[in-house]
Design a protein around this ligand. Structure first.
Ligand code: FE2
Length: 287
């Protein structure tokens, strides 16, 4: 991963805090886990007991107005996202208790709690980092090229993403994923926080369409909310995320000697020259 691509250390840290990884390689760092990242975090076997914490927003609660009002942001971040964090940590503690006393009778519900709430934490962490008061417009660079190659045009991509977001049944997300096996962009229709997600794919651009994300301002007009949201998309951040993931993928292929080969499970050829139980849902049913 080039320093040029990642920019300054704060920028590098911000980017790494808001992306996942390639093929299951997780890169979430301090913002997602709430721990302080240092060089020891990169040592083999450094993984430790999770302690998830709410990340600070990179802008004020009223910064996205008039598209998303301050009260929505305050409740969404401070209450809803906090609830996912708290519930994920509670599930981690329950699992530790089970291991220590050898009683796994309630493990099914706890595993569901962890999956749902940790997914909610991850989704929201990337969501906040994908918006900006200076957002809107269209992407440029490698992401723009990839969107044009795979969807035909930005307009076609936006139409599919908007239709996906509008059609989510109940609470959920529209998400642009980076899918590393085929080096592809995929628009997912994620129900709740974790249903219909794509294994191994990393969220590049999530749009929360749970009613808690828009009802106070748009009532039941989800389409109006989605239309307004395009004005706050931080394409610079999304484009950086995309470039890092594609570069990581190529780097991993080089390490494994898989450079330039046809990717397993797809017809895509790798280009190494790229520069570039209801209990679980208790945390968030206020919509
Ligand atoms: Fe949400």
């Amino acid at each position: 991963m080039s320093d040029q691509l990642l920019g300054s250390e704060p920028q590098r840290r911000s980017i790494l805090q808001t992306i996942g990884g390639v093929g299951g390689l997780a890169l979430f760092s301090s913002a997602a886990s709430g721990t302080t990242a240092d060089s020891d975090d990169c040592a083999p076997g450094a993984s430790r007991r999770p302690d998830y914490r709410l990340p600070e927003l990179p802008y004020a609660y009223d910064a996205l107005e008039p598209h998303i009002d301050a009260r929505i942001m305050e409740l969404h971040h401070g209450k809803h996202h906090q609830s996912y964090v708290d519930s994920a940590n509670a599930a981690v503690e329950e699992l530790e208790e089970m291991r220590s006393n050898g009683d796994f009778e309630t493990i099914r519900a706890t595993k569901r709690d962890l999956s749902f709430n940790l997914s909610g934490h991850v989704n929201h962490t990337v969501f906040w980092a994908s918006m900006s008061p200076n957002g809107g417009g269209t992407p440029d660079g490698a992401l723009a090229t990839a969107i044009e190659n795979q969807f035909g045009s930005f307009e076609a991509f936006r139409a599919e993403f908007t239709a996906t977001a509008t059609a989510v049944e109940g609470g959920g997300w529209a998400m642009l994923f980076y899918e590393p096996l085929a080096d592809a962009l995929v628009i997912g229709q994620v129900e709740d926080q974790n249903e219909l997600a794509h294994q191994g794919a990393t969220p590049l651009l999530p749009l929360d369409v749970w009613e808690h994300a828009y009802y106070l301002q748009y009532e039941n007009d989800r389409e109006a909310y989605v239309d307004a949201w395009w004005n706050v998309v931080d394409w610079t951040a999304v484009g950086q995320r995309y470039e890092i993931l594609t570069e990581l993928r190529c780097g991993l292929n080089q390490e494994t000697g898989d450079t330039g080969s046809t990717t397993a499970g797809s017809d895509t050829t790798t280009d190494t020259d790229t520069d570039t139980d209801t209990t679980a849902k208790d945390a968030d049913h206020s919509n």
